[in-house]
Design a protein around this ligand. Structure first.
Ligand SMILES: Cc1ncc(COP(=O)(O)O)c(C=O)c1O
Length: 395
C-alpha cells in the first residue's frame, strides 16, 4: 500500500495528471481533428537552432567521460560563472558563479530552495491564482502553503492582504512573474509595496522572510512590458529560473537558482542548495544541458509567435462575449467561466472538443486557464467551437 502522505499528494495531483491523458481520451472519442487541447503549457515553438547545434558539437567534440560525469551538486563551475556573467550584463549585477545553482528546471529549483529554507510546519505564502504545484513542493519540504485570496479583476498581489497573512511562522513567500495562470506581469510599484511589507515584518518578528520569485516566463512578455528584476527591490530574494519556456526545453529539465550575496545566511543557503540537489535525488542538473544552456543562455524564443496566438484568441473570445483581461506575459489566458462552477464549465467545453484547465486548481474558482502555446492551426480551427460554447450559454 502506498503511504498516506503520497495518497494525499496523488489525489491533489489528479487534476494535473489528468491534463496529460484527457486530450488523448478525447481524441479517441472525437477524432484528432476535433480536439483542441489548451490544457498544458508545453511550448509549440521549437528550441532555437543553436541549442541542437551546440548539443551536437559538444557530443562530437567533448571528451565523453567529462561530458557524462556527475557534476558538483551546485553545477559545473564554468557554467555557473557564464550564467552569472549573462545576468550581470542584463541586470547590472555583480554576481559570480557562487551566486548560481544549476537545477532540474524551475520545479527542481523550487523544491531545492524550499528544502533548504523550511523547518517542519513553516508557512509559505503565495498569491492566488498560483501555479498549483506549489502546494506539493511546499509539502515536500514539510511546510504549509497558504494562498492569499485573488485580487479580482487585476490579479495583482495585494500588499495589505500580505501584511495580514504573515505570522511568526512565515518563512518565505513565492511569487510568479509573469504569472501562470493569469499572464499578468507584476509591475515595479506592486513589487515595492510587497518589499515594504516584508521588510517591516522581518523587523517585527526578528527573522528572515525570503521571497522566492519563480520566473520561467521572464522573457515571454508583450506590448513592451518589462519584468522588474526583484533582487534589486528586496534583498532577501532568490530567483528560480528555467529554460523550459524561454528556450522551449521543458523535457530537458534545466534551470537555475540565483542566490544574491545579500540574501540572509548566503553561504549556508548556497551550500545547502547544492546539498539539497543531491539529497532530493536530482544529484545534479543534467550535465549536457548545463553545458548547452551556458552557450545559449542569451538566445530568445519566437515571442512573436506567442504574441500572434494571444491576439487571435483574445480578440475572438472577447467578440464571442467571454470576459478576460488581456495578459502581458507568459502564454495563458485566464477567462471567466460562463457559469459559476468552473469545473462544470470545463466539462461543458469538452463537448465542443475544447480542453482547458479549471481555475479551482490554481486557487481561483470561477475562471479557466487556456494555454495558447499551441500550433496556430489549433487556435484557428478551435474558434468556431469557442463560439458555439459561448452560444450554448446565451439562453
Ligand atoms: C509558474 C511555473 N513554475 C514552475 C514551473 C515548472 O517548470 P520547469 O519545467 O522549469 O520545472 C512551471 C511549469 O509550467 C510554471 O508554470
Amino acid at each position: 500500500m502506498i503511504s498516506k502522505n503520497m495518497k494525499i499528494l496523488v489525489d491533489k495531483s489528479a487534476a494535473i495528471s489528468a491534463l496529460f491523458t484527457e486530450g488523448k481520451r478525447m481524441r479517441q472519442i472525437l477524432g484528432d481533428e476535433n480536439v483542441f487541447d489548451f490544457g498544458i503549457g508545453n511550448p509549440n515553438v521549437k528550441a532555437p537552432l543553436s541549442v541542437n547545434k551546440t548539443a551536437i558539437e559538444l557530443l562530437e567534440n567533448m571528451d565523453s567521460l567529462a561530458l557524462h560525469s556527475y557534476t558538483d551538486g551546485a553545477g559545473i563551475p564554468t557554467v555557473r560563472q557564464t550564467i552569472a556573467e549573462s545576468l550581470n550584463h542584463r541586470f547590472q549585477e555583480e554576481y559570480t558563479g557562487e551566486n548560481i545553482v544549476m537545477t532540474t528546471g524551475a520545479a527542481g529549483g523550487l523544491n531545492v530552495i524550499l528544502k533548504v529554507l523550511l523547518d517542519q510546519g513553516d508557512e509559505v505564502l503565495t498569491f492566488a491564482p498560483y501555479f498549483s504545484e506549489y502546494d506539493v513542493y511546499v509539502a515536500n519540504a514539510g511546510g504549509r502553503l497558504i494562498a492569499i485570496e485573488p485580487n479580482i479583476p487585476s490579479f495583482l498581489p495585494d500588499a495589505k492582504k500580505l501584511a495580514e497573512s504573515i505570522t511568526p511562522k512565515t518563512k518565505a513567500i513565492i511569487i510568479n512573474n509573469p504569472n501562470n495562470p493569469t499572464g499578468v506581469v507584476y509591475d515595479e510599484e506592486t513589487l515595492k509595496k510587497i518589499a515594504e511589507v516584508l521588510e517591516a515584518k522581518q523587523k517585527e518578528f526578528g527573522n528572515a522572510i525570503y521571497l522566492i520569485s519563480d520566473e520561467p516566463y521572464r522573457e515571454l512578455v508583450f506590448d513592451g512590458a518589462t519584468v522588474p528584476y526583484i533582487p534589486k527591490i528586496y534583498k532577501n530574494t532568490i530567483v528560480a529560473y528555467s529554460f523550459s519556456k524561454s528556450l522551449s526545453l521543458p523535457g530537458d529539465r534545466i534551470g537555475y537558482l540565483t542566490i544574491p550575496s545579500s540574501v540572509e545566511d548566503f553561504q549556508d543557503v548556497v551550500y545547502g542548495a547544492g546539498v539539497a540537489n543531491r539529497v532530493l535525488g536530482f544529484v545534479n542538473a543534467p550535465a549536457l544541458q548545463q553545458l548547452v544552456v551556458a552557450k545559449c543562455c542569451d538566445e530568445k524564443s519566437d515571442i512573436a509567435f506567442y504574441d500572434n496566438n494571444r491576439g487571435i484568441l483574445y480578440n475572438a473570445l472577447i467578440q464571442y462575449g467571454f470576459e478576460c483581461a488581456k495578459p502581458q506575459g507568459a502564454f495563458y489566458l485566464f477567462v471567466k467561466a460562463l457559469e459559476e462552477d468552473d469545473v462544470a464549465f470545463v466539462n461543458k467545453a469538452k463537448e465542443f472538443g475544447i480542453l482547458m484547465t479549471p481555475g479551482d486548481g490554481f486557487g481561483c474558482k470561477g475562471y479557466v486557464r487556456i494555454a495558447y502555446c499551441v500550433a496556430r492551426d489549433t487556435i484557428e480551427r478551435a474558434l468556431p467551437s469557442f463560439k458555439k460554447l459561448a452560444e450554448a450559454y446565451k439562453h
